[in-house]
Design a binder for this molecule. Structure first.
Ligand code: C2E
Ligand code: CA
Ligand code: CA
Length: 738
């Protein structure tokens, strides 16, 4: 109203004012424009213009403007306006985070508080200088720790604009260069590292031109970087393939590179295509490491894998390979290959009587002697223990091979001297000659069989594998198959031979003895098939069958009061003791039958445990569980008394041969009485086997042996007959009253 009056009175020419006009739906805006019309006779023109839309737009733009300033604040975050003394007039939010207020105030103290002492002094001086001189400009790079305990590298500028009227302040601006800085360091490290990497790094462009060559590449290949940069990678022969883009994926593997002087360099290389969008580079990066040492190690391991460490001769695996090659060569020649299987005769004597080292010396000497007997191209291998094999390509026939074997036996017939002890080692040799279709393994097996034959026939001999042996082998295979079938069909049955107390005539128990009940052949004795079963895993199945029968019989007999005192002994072969979990399986079977381990005895021969700690350990486990252990056929082996005393055993079973001859042969009687004394002094039980006559029983009793087995009382009988014997016993009440 005042404005209108002023225009009407002629004080002003015109008057404009925006005003708000609230309606019930929205705030509207108008502009009132008053213009004098005095020049045309007085008065004024008043117009009201609706400005609402305009105002809206303006408001929106203002808002955007706010947004822009915030944005600005974020991209150049560090900003402060200071007085000459450093007192802050304005601090941007980001600056406030990096330089938090101290005691509620921003100022020189807060600006410097987060700095490390060295940089603090520098910054303080910089601020002072900037405050003192108008127009001055200071640059400063510092590290500060923010409120979140993270370090930042800041690039700060302090400008004294005190005399600029539009600013009138010392302006501090800055940017956070942490990531940039870090990237710079990383890049430096990368190139530096790449250069010094312990791997040879070579980079080519897409055409294969070398563009990078690090220090290690110079060392490895012998070319300096300045010599090879710009040349084509193929000219140097340092990569296995040049990945010219036709190779899709990366390549990695071992290859032999060429060095400067053309020397072969075994390396492990990795080639990889790279595309770097930042620089537009595309090419191949290759890294190679020297694997000379690894190769040497591999070669050594390979040598060790193929050679016997003691003698340096080929081992079994390598021999089989060699033999395969020899057979192929002979096939092309139209000839054959001879194989000699050599087994030393008296090596065990050396090993038992001298020390281990002496044994090793003998084996080395033997290998040298045998080699001296061989012809050129003949190869000697050691299979382990005292077994050697010769692959003789120089032999034209089996007769040549036998002659060669005889020469080998002759050179080994000389005595070895060791610490005053002379031992003639000697050897038995089996020989075979290949037919065109022979396989290496077959030849070795045939020669092995012939060698066995040579041993059986009295050692120190050569036996050639022939038709008779081949037929025997064939028969062995047939019988083995039949035995397996017999086990499947329960044709393997268990017989029982009683053990008695000669003083009282009481039944003490039984020995379980296996029989093969063959529909065609009748009852086959164990001597005809147990040795065969021992050649394979069949012996384990056979042993399990007998043990299971024995335990079932015990359970059956245990139903009679007092009969639980009975024991059953089972025979166990060496091979069974070597089966994993043998002890656990025995205890399982005993447990499953529900009988006591104390009713079971395991019989093993002297040789089985003679120098076998593993076997002794297995027996120890059984004995700890209550199972009795007996040494069978005692007196026929060579047990050292020292070892006998340390073995986990309960009984000795004196061999039948001594018992049968004790009345006629003084030597046997002496042995029997010695064994009786030995058992007594070692606190072991003693059982005499094979007692057939009253006179033998009397003699044994006179020597102090009470327990015995033999035809005098009973032959081995089947379960029904054995049960009958148990029933005929008049059982005295058991000690436990059961
Ligand atoms: P061994 O353990 O020495 O068994 C005693 C052998 O002597 C038995 O022969 C038995 O019948 C026989 N014998 C017993 N009393 C007399 C006698 O008064 N006079 C004569 N001349 N012989 C008598 P068998 O049953 O033929 O067994 C022979 C061998 O077979 C056994 O000798 C044993 O080494 C083995 N064997 C038997 N059964 C098994 C078995 O289940 N497992 C294993 N691994 N071997 C077994
Ligand atoms: Ca026995
Ligand atoms: Ca025996």
């Amino acid at each position: 109203a005042e404005g209108i009056r002023a225009v009407l009175s002629g004080d002003v020419d015109h008057f404009v004012r925006d005003y708000a006009f609230p309606t019930d739906r929205q705030q509207r805006w108008f502009t009132v424009r008053v213009s004098s019309t005095n020049d045309v006779g007085g008065g004024a023109v008043i117009s009201h213009l609706d400005l609402t839309a305009l105002k809206e737009t303006e408001r929106r733009i203002r808002g955007d403007h706010c947004g822009i300033s915030t944005l600005f604040d974020e991209s150049a975050p560090i900003f402060a306006l200071l007085d000459a003394d450093g007192t802050a007039r304005y601090v941007s939010p980001s600056a406030a985070e990096l330089f938090p207020p101290v005691d509620g105030a921003f100022g020189p103290t807060s600006l410097l508080a987060g700095l490390e002492p060295g940089q603090r002094q520098q910054a303080e001086q910089c601020l002072q200088r900037a405050g003192q001189r108008t127009g001055s400009r200071e640059q400063l790079v510092i590290d500060v720790c923010d409120t979140a305990k993270r370090w930042h590298t800041l690039d700060l500028t302090v400008c004294n604009l005190l005399d600029d009227p539009s600013v009138a302040a010392v302006v501090l601006t800055g940017s956070d260069i942490t990531t940039v800085h870090r990237r710079k360091v990383t890049r430096h490290l990368e190139t530096h590292l790449l250069r010094r990497l312990p791997a040879a790094v070579v980079v080519t462009d897409q055409r294969g031109t070398i563009v990078y060559w690090n220090d290690r590449a110079s060392e490895l290949y012998g070319h300096r970087a300045d010599e090879v940069l710009g040349t084509h990678i193929d000219e140097l022969g340092v990569w296995p393939v040049w990945a010219d883009g036709s190779e899709p994926g990366p390549w990695a593997g071992d290859h032999v590179a060429r060095g400067r002087d053309g020397a072969a360099l075994p390396v492990h290389a990795t080639l990889q295509r790279v595309e770097d969008p930042e620089t537009g580079f595309s090419g191949v990066v290759g890294t190679s490491i020297d694997i000379t040492e690894r190769r040497l190690l591999e070669e050594r391991l390979d040598f060790e894998a193929r050679h016997d460490p003691l003698t340096g001769l080929l081992n079994r695996r390598a021999l089989v390979d060699h033999l395969d090659g020899a057979i192929a060569r002979a096939g092309r020649r139209g000839g054959g290959v001879a194989v000699l299987y050599i087994d030393l005769d008296n090596f065990k004597v050396v090993n038992d009587n001298l020390n281990h080292q002496a044994g090793d010396e003998v084996l080395k000497a033997v290998s040298a002697l045998v080699e001296s007997a061989l012809g050129p191209g003949d190869v000697l291998a050691r299979l382990g223990g005292d077994e050697f094999v010769v692959c003789a390509e120089g032999c034209a026939s089996i007769d040549d091979a036998v002659a060669l074997a005889d020469r080998v036996i002759a050179v080994l017939r000389v005595p070895f001297r060791h610490h005053g002890l002379g031992v003639v080692i000697g050897a038995s040799v089996g020989v075979t000659f290949s037919s065109d279709q022979s396989l290496a393994e077959e030849l070795m097996r045939d020669a092995d069989i012939a060698m066995y034959e040579a041993k059986e026939g009295g050692k120190g001999r050569t036996v050639a594998f022939d038709e008779t042996l081949r037929n025997q082998l064939r028969r062995t295979r047939v019988v083995t198959a039949q035995l397996g079938a017999a086990l499947d069909t329960e044709r393997i049955v268990t017989y029982f031979q009683p053990e008695v107390d000669m003083d009282t005539g009481a039944l003490l128990g039984f020995e379980a003895l296996v029989r093969w009940d063959d529909p065609g052949r009748g009852l086959v004795p164990p001597a005809e098939f147990v040795p065969l079963a021992e050649e394979s895993e069949l012996i384990n199945r056979l042993g399990t069958t007998v043990l299971r029968d024995a335990c079932r019989a015990l359970r059956h007999w245990n139903l009679r009061p007092g009969a639980s005192r009975l024991k059953v002994a089972v025979n166990v072969s060496a091979r069974q003791l070597h089966a994993p979990d043998f002890a656990a399986e025995v205890l399982d079977i005993i447990g499953a039958a529900g009988v006591s381990p104390r009713q079971v005895c395991v019989e093993i021969t002297e040789s089985t445990v003679a120098d076998n700690d593993m076997a002794a350990a297995v027996l120890g486990v059984l004995r700890a569980a209550g199972v009795a252990i007996a040494i069978d056929d005692f007196g026929t082996g060579f047990s050292s008394l020292h070892r006998l005393q340390r073995l986990p055993i309960d009984d000795l079973k004196i061999d039948r041969t001594f018992v049968s001859q004790m009345l006629d042969d003084n030597g046997s009687r002496v042995i029997v009485s010695a064994v009786v004394g030995l058992a007594r002094s070692l606190g072991l039980g003693l059982v005499a086997e094979g007692v057939e006559r009253e006179s033998q029983a009397r003699a044994l009793r006179a020597l102090g042996c009470r327990r015995a087995q033999g035809y005098l009382w009973s032959r081995p009988v089947d379960l029904v007959a054995a049960t009958d014997m148990v029933d005929r016993q008049r059982w005295a009440p058991a000690p436990d009253g059961g």
